[in-house]
Design a protein around this ligand. Structure first.
Ligand code: CTP
Ligand code: MG
Length: 243
């Protein structure tokens, strides 16, 4: 870990748990991150993973408008949560809201953006992300793809990259705050902005910044479709049986 020569302290790590979505594909009567799996709301699992990690100093929760009070109640037992703020209409806007909330933090702060919809991010995944952030400005978590992935345009295969070179991205994605802040400044000024995740924004707007990829976990499912609730219950049982 780099040590700040002025203060002699290691940079502070803030985890941002992104829960600003409505869960349209899941189709429940409330945002999917408020549904319970393994006896606890999905959002609480995600907060707990970072709150309990010794390398994380602080957790910021970004919640969908209209559900701030529920999120605040759910976050209350966690001692590292320093804020529950309102997100935006897109994931990018929710990340931007978090960056605004962190506007007064030094550039060398480490920030981890995590999908609240991934309840089972484990200690090892967070460890690997933080370790890689010691010498990279941007870090992604990925798992190999067991399916072949192709690019399709107009119903025809346009590109078939070798499967061995492909990984599926998960979260957290970790950054030096100054780097992700700069990338978002450029992105938000671009009327043609299209982005699905924070590494996508860094890759597009700061293409010279290397993005280190570390190993994720098959447990680190993003609850997206109705079937994923059953799968998440199964993973919760599997994890409970292990400890
Ligand atoms: N997210 C967010 N703000 C948004 C949209 C998404 O913070 N405006 C968060 C979600 O809450 C989720 C993560 O980004 O934890 C990944 O997004 P996704 O799985 O797409 O969740 P939703 O957008 O809620 O689901 P859907 O796309 O099916 O509506
Ligand atoms: Mg979405």
């Amino acid at each position: 870990m780099t040590v700040d020569t002025a203060t002699g302290t290691a940079p502070r790590t803030v985890a941002v748990v992104l829960a600003g979505g409505v869960g349209a594909r899941l189709g429940a009567d409330r945002p999917k991150q408020l549904l319970e799996v393994g006896g606890r709301p999905i959002l609480a699992h995600a907060i707990a993973a970072f709150d309990g990690h010794p390398g994380v100093a602080e957790v910021l929760v970004v919640m969908a408008a209209g559900h701030l009070r529920e999120a605040a109640a759910l976050a209350a037992p966690f001692r590292k949560v320093t804020g529950v703020i309102e997100g935006g209409d897109t994931r990018t806007a929710s990340t931007a809201a978090a960056l605004t909330a962190l506007a007064d933090r030094p550039d060398d702060t480490r920030v981890l953006f995590h999908d609240a919809a991934r309840p089972f991010v484990d200690r090892g995944v967070i460890d690997r992300t933080l370790a890689a952030l010691a010498d990279h400005d941007a870090v992604a978590v990925g798992v190999p793809s067991s399916d072949t992935i192709v690019a399709v345009r107009d119903g025809l295969v346009a590109d078939m990259p070798p499967r061995s070179t492909l990984v599926r991205f998960q979260t957290p994605q970790g950054f030096r705050l100054g780097t992700v802040r700069k990338a978002y400044e450029l992105a938000l000024a671009d009327p043609g902005l299209v982005a699905t995740d924070d590494c996508g924004v860094v890759h597009r707007y700061l293409p010279d910044v290397p993005i280190r990829v570390v190993e994720g976990s098959e447990h680190n499912l993003k609850v997206t479709h109705p079937l994923d609730i059953a799968l998440a219950e199964h993973i919760a049982e599997h994890i409970a049986a292990r400890v």
